[in-house]
Design a protein around this ligand. Structure first.
Ligand code: IMP
Ligand code: MG
Length: 207
């Protein structure tokens, strides 16, 4: 009987190795994708991202219970994060998007970034900025400066990804999806040269 059990188990293991050779170890099971000239490996699977975004929405619902808010998504990267998050928001809320556009200054030779696309009156409103990723924090600083000029009533920051090692500012980030190493990532709205935004998971550059 013992011998028979051993044989069955060995056979099962044998067939497992035959039919699933690519998944014997976790490393060989990792999903990879190629974008243009670069290879990326899956870092945060889509189901984990969606679960975390739902949790972030619950935190926002709890913190702003009974209040009205304006979500301000920063294009292009934050479009997927914003779309997923607001599905779980139970507050009285508006959602709007702005974009940082580069243009060549008429006098300066450097490129100047301007926030375009404002169509909400945000004076006195509670704003929740939605970012795909906070890296150095320059973008965030620029956005907060603009919101302050426009006399927002309150400003909170929610970002799907945060690279603490790259961050150079001391602006507090109120809601963070995932802290990640200082590596280049794509997917879930983030791009490499315009590609990869449609990937449902976050992928990291294979060096
Ligand atoms: P920051 O101004 O340095 O914080 O960078 C913010 C912007 O740079 C983000 O909104 C992204 O558009 C872009 N960015 C920063 N890190 C990455 C990355 O790893 N992959 C793709 N885009 C990134
Ligand atoms: Mg962005």
């Amino acid at each position: 009987m013992i011998k028979f059990n051993l044989l069955i188990r060995t056979k099962i293991r044998y067939y497992f190795y035959i039919f699933a050779p690519a998944c014997i170890s976790k490393i060989s099971c990792m999903k990879e994708t190629v974008i243009l000239d670069k290879r990326f490996r899956e870092m945060i699977p889509g189901d984990q991202i969606n679960k975390r975004i739902e949790e972030m929405a619950s935190e926002i619902n709890r913190d702003f219970k009974g209040k009205e808010v304006v979500f301000l998504g920063i294009l292009n990267g934050a479009f997927l994060f914003a779309a997923e998050l607001i599905k779980y928001i139970e507050l009285k809320a508006r959602i709007s998007f702005v974009k940082l556009a580069s243009y060549e200054g008429t006098k300066s030779s450097g490129s100047i970034k301007e926030l375009i696309g404002w169509n909400e009156d945000i004076k006195g409103q509670q704003i929740i900025v939605l970012e795909d990723i906070v890296d150095t924090g320059h973008t965030l600083e620029r956005i907060i400066g603009e919101l302050t000029l426009r006399k927002a009533g309150g400003i909170k920051i929610a970002t799907l990804l945060f690279k603490p090692k790259a961050y150079t500012k001391d602006i507090h980030i109120d809601y963070t999806g995932f802290e990640i190493p200082n590596d280049f990532v794509v997917g879930y709205g983030l791009d490499y040269d315009g590609y990869g935004r449609n990937l449902p998971s976050v992928y990291v550059l294979v060096k």
